[in-house]
Every structure is written in C-alpha cells, then in structure tokens.
Design a protein around this ligand. Structure first.
Ligand code: NAD
Ligand code: TDX
Length: 332
C-alpha cells in the first residue's frame, strides 16, 4: 500500500489507526475528516507532515471523495456520527454521514477498483440478555436498536451488496466498546473520569446493570490493520478483548482508582431503547489472522486513561461544558 485514505482519521479510533499506519507501514496517509464536534486534529500533531495529510471535508461530498479515492491504494472508512444519545435527539446527520457517506465511498472504490475496509460496531447485532451465555459471532443476524446502530447496519449491508454485486474488494469489522486517550467526553468512561475530576458523582443511566465489552482503541486499530493487510476479501471479522463489565462495575472501579468512595454515583434518566448487553466472540480474527489484544488488563488501561484525562484538562474542558449542558436538557 503506497497511499491509504482514512476517513474520520482525526477522531478517537481513526487517530489511533493513523498513528499505527505511520509506525508500522511505509504508506502515506490521507485523512478525510469533516472536523465535527467529535474530532481532535491535535491527536495527529506529532505525526510527520510528509507522511500524513489532513483534508478537511465531508464523506458525503461526492466530488471530493472521488478525487481522493482515485489517488489511493486502500480506503479505511472510520468516519461516522458515533454517539447513540445524539442519534436519539437528531438522527439526521447519522443518515447523511453513515449511510450516504458510505454509499459515495463505495461508488468511488468501485470506479477505481480500490481495496476498502469498513469499520463498524457490534451494535448492529442488537443486544443480548444479561443472563445469556451467548456472544455475538460473524453469523449473528443484524437487529440494530438505535438510529446510530441502524445507520451503521445499513452501511454494512451496502458494503456486502457492493462486494457481491460489483466485486468490490472489501472487508468489514465489528468491534466492541473502545476506551483510551482522545475519546470525546460524551462517552461513558471519559464522562465519568471528568465528572469525578470536576468533583461531581459518576452518572449511571438507569440501573447500571447494562454490560459492555471493553477494548482499548489501540487494540482495535491493530485489528483493523491486520484485516486490511491480511484479511480475506468479502469476510467479516469481529473484534473484542473479552472485557465484559457492567456499567456499575466500571464506574465503581474508576471511583476506587481515583481515590473516591465507590458509592459516589447517581442513577439518572435511562437511555431510550438502551441495549442491555454486548459481547464479542473474536475467534475468527485470532485464528485466521493471528491477532491478539495487547492491552488485556482493563484495570491497568483505566489507570492510564485516568492519568491521561487528568493531564489533558485543556483538551477536554470546553467540550465538557457543552456536553454537560446538552445532557442536562435530557435529565442525564
Ligand atoms: P468519533 O466520533 O470519535 O470520531 C468520528 C470522526 O469522524 C471525527 O473525527 C469526525 O469529525 C469525523 N466525521 C464525522 N462525520 C464526518 C463526515 N461527514 N465526513 C468526514 N468526517 C466525518 O468516533 P469513534 O469513536 O472514533 O468511532 C469511529 C468509528 O469506529 C465509527 O465508524 C464507529 O462506528 C466505529 N466504532 C467505534 C467504537 C467505539 O467504542 N468508539 C466501537 C466500535 C466501532
Ligand atoms: O453518562 C453515561 N452514563 C451511562 O450509564 C453515559 C454517557 C453512558 N452510560 C451507559 C450507556 C451504555 O450502556 O454506558 C454505556 C456506554 O455508553 P456509551 O459510551 O455512550 O457507548 P455505547 O452506547 O455502548 O456505544 C459505544 O460503543 C459502540 C460507541 O459510542 C459507539 O460508537 C460504538 O459503536
């Protein structure tokens, strides 16, 4: 790969992938990113300008997408509107970016016969019961719950159709919940860390028994690179690190690691349609591509993440104020 186009490369997951492409391959990287409220272009500041170019623009801009794809050997499509709560208050940008944007990228890679990887989520599979021993596999049917996950599922179906009908050389990955540095403070783990740093209690939707399967963003990006380099065209891979914890468990662990009482939390308004549990079986990725998560110790990862947010208050302080004002309006 001489030149790789990474959409959403200034976001949380995308920036981890761009760092990895620079450190582990010889490719030049074009980042196409609209720089929405969720972007952190600062996360790319330490990268060599002769290897990484940031193009500020929209994946739903057909002419721009065409010109960038024409110059690329591979496209990794990371850009998305990514927050479930936002998709409940206004689904419009989710349809535009996640569905229309993916469609335009697929048409461009079809025109120029460019390798394509779609970064998707386990949320397309809906949820599992708390007591169910099953986990999601590559064969689990799609059953998305929220406008966010429905647009991701629709985009994934477009990818599969473009593979089958037009022979596009594409792969898809479905990853579980990511955590780590540079994650927007609207998301669960950074929200709790920054609430506690501001001297307030952790905020738990509903009962807090809901389970998420946590993986460090750097392990997600290592999986995406393995699939891009060695994955079978037309295949779907699930990405997870066996990190199931209830939201209450995670909040209590963060409180303890930050030297607070574990009961310093409040139960707030639940999310509409709140998925109960996600759990990933990532055996195919491990056996076929030899991938392993490296940051397997979730508590050690939380310690590092807490330290990072403590040291980067300048980066999150203004987003924090805007985010909490929006949450206050929904009682969350
Ligand atoms: P994020 O919200 O942190 O970043 C998204 C990036 O995409 C931002 O830089 C934003 O500016 C950019 N973007 C948004 N709309 C755009 C548009 N129209 N054109 C160009 N750029 C646009 O999201 P994230 O958490 O990094 O997630 C990235 C991808 O990974 C998404 O596709 C998401 O579905 C997937 N994913 C995320 C997680 C997770 O836990 N974060 C888990 C599984 C899958
Ligand atoms: O303040 C909170 N309190 C709380 O209890 C917030 C922000 C969330 N929650 C709960 C809701 C979920 O059960 O924590 C869990 C995690 O919430 P989010 O961080 O919003 O993530 P989730 O909705 O699970 O989706 C995430 O993982 C899959 C990403 O945002 C998606 O982009 C990805 O596809």
């Amino acid at each position: 790969m001489r030149r790789v186009l990474v959409t959403g490369g200034a976001g949380f997951v995308g920036s981890s992938l761009v760092h990895r492409l620079v450190s582990e391959t010889d490719a030049s990287v074009d980042v196409l990113d609209k720089l929405t409220y969720a972007a952190s272009p600062e996360s790319l500041d330490d990268l060599p300008p002769d290897r990484v170019r940031l193009v500020v623009g929209d994946v739903a801009d057909a002419a721009l997408v065409d010109s960038l794809v024409a110059d690329s050997d591979a496209v990794v499509h990371v850009a998305a509107e990514s927050h479930n709560d936002n998709s409940l208050s206004d689904p419009t940008p989710f349809v535009q970016t996640n569905l229309v944007g993916t469609f335009l990228l697929l048409e461009a890679v079809r025109r120029y016969d460019v390798r394509f990887h779609q970064v998707s989520t386990d949320e397309v599979y809906g949820d599992l019961a708390l007591e169910d021993p099953k986990r999601f596999t590559e064969d689990t049917p799609f059953r998305p719950s929220s406008p966010y996950s429905a647009t991701k599922a629709g985009a994934d179906h477009l990818v599969s159709a473009w593979v089958r009908s037009f022979g596009v050389r594409a792969t898809i990955s479905h990853c579980s919940n990511n955590y780590g540095p540079w994650q927007h403070v609207e998301k669960f783990i950074p929200r709790q860390i920054t609430e506690i740093l501001e001297g307030r209690p952790a905020r738990i939707y509903g009962s807090g028994e809901h389970v998420r399967d946590w993986i460090h963003a750097d392990d997600h990006s290592s999986a995406v690179l393995a699939i891009l380099e060695r994955g079978r065209v037309g295949e779907t891979y699930l990405v997870g690190a066996d990190g199931e914890h209830s939201n209450l468990e995670v909040a209590r662990t963060i409180l303890r690691l930050m030297g607070r009482d574990e009961d310093q939390l409040v139960h707030v308004e639940d999310r509409a349609g709140h998925d109960r549990r996600y759990a990933i079986e990532s055996g195919l990725l491990r056996s076929e591509l030899g991938w392993q998560p490296r940051l397997k110790d979730f508590e050690a990862g939380l310690v590092e993440t807490i330290a990072w947010y403590s040291a980067h208050r300048d980066w999150w302080a203004s987003d924090k104020a805007a985010t909490e004002a929006a949450y206050a309006a929904t009682g969350q």
